[in-house]
Design a protein around this ligand. Structure first.
Ligand code: GCB
Length: 667
């Protein structure tokens, strides 16, 4: 009896097993179940790749074999995030027969240019913050003995990248490049590439949802497939040795199976052609006596540097400048001599309403205005700008302040934003470490003082110094409310009732001053503070403005004075073409903006230890915080040029001052 039961059970189990096998085979090889397999593979890839934020980023992708995936991509706006369901968007599922129920399709709908932000391309997307799915197909054959990388110049803010229906990885952070080695994922024939870009910001993000610029979303920079030999130069750094500027220091990092086989460095114009030994990790370093002509704004000399694997199978050629940068007391020294930074702040926004800069021509148009202004310095605020900017800055001889968006009140208590900020900093430094123009890494803009914030920024400054020992660390400070109150009570308020002081002191006690090499201050004498004063006192805003304007030249920034000090922002709004008598002190008139600039210039002249300035800002820019309809229309109007490039009166004021300074320095 018992044995019959065992036999029967055994038989039943066999039948069940066979049925399951058949079912699996059907799922795997059958007709409709191929979709099931796709879903299974898609889900599995999410489990496996969800945390894969990218492979080490290839430096100088444009100097390698690459194809652009730019052009028109199909797109779907997905405000509720439904495209994720069963991988319908990542797999680009389309109805196959008339009776298929479809609630998603890439066909016959929106198309977007890549590279490009979505906001400037469709009126439905002007203020949109949410998910957009991008899709395109491409064919690619990896040459034998090579690896293929899928490279993104930037995607704001979070990108999930799907190749042939499977997740390759996700990347967070809107302004820096990232890539994955996709060699083993590419198919013969057509490949399906889908990217989910989400620009909703959370409080733990960097930046947070509150910024004074439009949160442009999308695949804002190039998307490329880059082919490199299996053993290749992943990154390198070539410059003057910071400890001993009579030497050129070259560091290289090879990747791939032969990474310990050594590298080569060649700079033909300097007669350099040497081997570099690499360790098991592919790292190597060499120092060589050499005296290249120094790169400077007056003479932006670049040398073609070639870094290669030992047998020249992979070669990266990059035009590189050689210079030193350091601080001495309250001065910034370039190539062993003090330099005053005649700068301007710039947002990553092209002229003519074209949105984010994605071409060299757009970058050149912006920088041409900066050059005409007489600048030797640009502050690329408030996040990493496209490479076109730093490359052109190298060529034009403009010093650069480069920044990540640790902006206003980041969630400093939390570890997540610190990790995000560190990643953004690393990706920015990796990209631009060979740009002679870049002299300052900025870790923060107008962050409110506090213990958690001080710890956060100290950790970030350490991170920067560990990654790059050849540049200076900076941050834009803001005077905090207590300090501002001191200024109001001791100086500004008494003047409003006619009590005069010879000197007004605008105090800076922020401990961040000690953390950075070059502390900088954003101040808006002549613009913001007068409105605030009028609101809390019986005085008219006209009187409050008059008194401030008449006293700007006697304000002294009260900082310890032991370091070079930069005014990283100042300015006033003006709508191009809006005019009023200067005596009216009419905000948003070109005359008032020009008046503020004239007074600011007097204030600059009177600051001891001032090492440079970068007023706010070169061009008007989109800013949802600016809602004064008919005047601002969601634009911050503090530009010296309008969206169309018309120069406002204040442009000439600053240009005259810069030209005068440059002429005096040349004597
Ligand atoms: C600032 C911010 C900048 C703003 C500017 C303004 O201090 O750093 O992002 O756009 O002021 O116009 O108020």
């Amino acid at each position: 009896m018992k044995s019959t039961f065992v036999l029967l059970l055994g038989g039943a189990l066999c039948v069940l097993g066979a049925a399951m096998l058949a079912f699996t085979g059907w799922v795997w090889f059958g007709d409709w179940p191929s979709e099931m397999k796709e879903i299974v593979d898609h889900q599995r890839s999410i489990g496996e790749r969800g945390a894969h934020t990218g492979d080490p980023t290839l430096q100088d992708v444009y100097a390698r074999d690459h194809v652009s995936l730019g052009g028109r991509w199909q797109a779907v706006i997905d405000p509720y995030g439904r495209g994720d369901l069963a991988g319908i968007a990542p797999r680009a599922v389309e109805p196959a027969t008339p009776s298929d129920l479809a609630e998603f399709s890439f066909e016959n709908g929106l198309e977007l240019d890549v590279p490009g932000d979505w906001n400037s391309q469709d009126p439905r997307l002007v203020f949109y913050q949410g998910i957009v799915w991008y899709k395109r197909t491409f064919t690619h054959e990896t040459p034998p003995g090579h690896r293929s990388f899928l490279w993104f110049g930037a995607a704001n803010y979070e990108a999930a990248v799907y190749l042939n229906g499977e997740l390759v990885g996700r990347h967070v952070g809107g302004f820096t490049p990232f890539n994955w080695d996709v060699t083993d994922r590419l198919r013969e024939g057509e490949n399906l590439l889908v990217v989910r870009v989400d620009n909703r910001m959370r409080d733990e993000d960097v930046p947070t949802p509150m910024t004074d610029w439009l949160n442009y979303g999308g695949l804002t920079r190039d998307v490329l497939v880059v082919d490199v030999p299996e053993t290749h130069v992943q990154a390198f750094e070539v410059g003057l040795d910071p400890g001993e500027p009579g030497l050129i220091r070259a560091r290289v990092r090879l990747a791939g199976p032969g990474r310990d086989g050594g590298a080569r460095l060649r700079i033909r114009e300097l007669g350099i052609d040497v081997g570099i030994e690499t360790d098991a990790e592919g790292r190597g370093e060499v120092r060589l006596a050499s005296t290249p002509e120094r790169w400077s704004p007056a003479s932006p000399r670049l040398y073609v540097v070639e870094v290669a694997t030992r047998r020249w199978r992979d070669v990266v050629a990059d035009p590189v400048g050689f210079r030193t940068i350091e601080t001495r007391g309250d001065e910034i020294w370039l190539n062993g001599a003090p330099i005053f930074l005649r700068g301007i702040s710039i947002h990553d926004e092209a002229l003519h309403g074209e949105g984010r800069v994605h071409s060299r021509a757009q970058a050149a148009e912006l920088l041409a205005h900066a050059r005409d202004l007489g600048c030797n310095f640009v502050r690329l605020a408030h996040y990493t700008h496209p490479q076109h900017m730093t490359r052109l800055a190298d060529e034009l001889g403009l010093l650069v302040w480069a920044e990540i968006p640790v902006y206003w009140a980041v969630d400093f208590e939390n570890e997540e934003p610190l990790a995000i900020a560190k990643l953004q900093m690393r990706e920015m430094i990796e990209r631009d470490r060979n740009r002679a123009s870049v002299v300052l890494w900025s870790i923060a803009n107008e962050t409110p003082e506090g213990e958690a914030r001080n710890r956060f920024l100290a950790a970030l400054a350490d991170h920067v110094r560990a990654l790059d020992d050849t540049r200076l660390v900076t941050a834009a400070l803001i005077t905090d409310p207590r300090e501002l109150a001191e200024f109001f009570v001791y100086d500004y308020l008494p003047a409003l009732v006619g009590i005069e002081r010879d000197e007004w002191v605008y105090p800076v006690h922020d401990p961040l001053y000690e953390t950075v090499d070059v502390p900088a201050l954003n101040e808006y004498f002549g613009w913001y503070y007068s409105g605030g004063m009028a609101a809390v006192t019986p005085f008219s805003s006209h009187h409050a403005r008059r008194v401030m304007i008449d006293h700007i030249d006697r304000i002294r920034v009260g900082h310890p004075g032991s370091k070079p000090f930069v005014i990283s922002e100042t300015g006033a709004g003006a709508k191009a073409g809006m005019h009023a008598d200067e005596a009216d002190l009419a905000v948003f008139s070109e005359e008032y903006q020009a008046l503020v600039y004239r007074k600011q210039v007097e204030f600059f002249e009177n600051q001891a230890g001032l090492a440079g300035v970068s007023p706010w800002i070169l061009k008007d820019f989109r800013a949802p915080l600016r809602m004064y309809q008919g005047v601002q229309d969601y634009r911050n109007l503090k530009g010296l040029v309008s969206d169309e490039g018309e120069r406002k009166l204040a442009f000439d004021v600053l240009r005259d001052w810069y030209e005068g300074r440059a002429a005096a320095e040349a004597l």
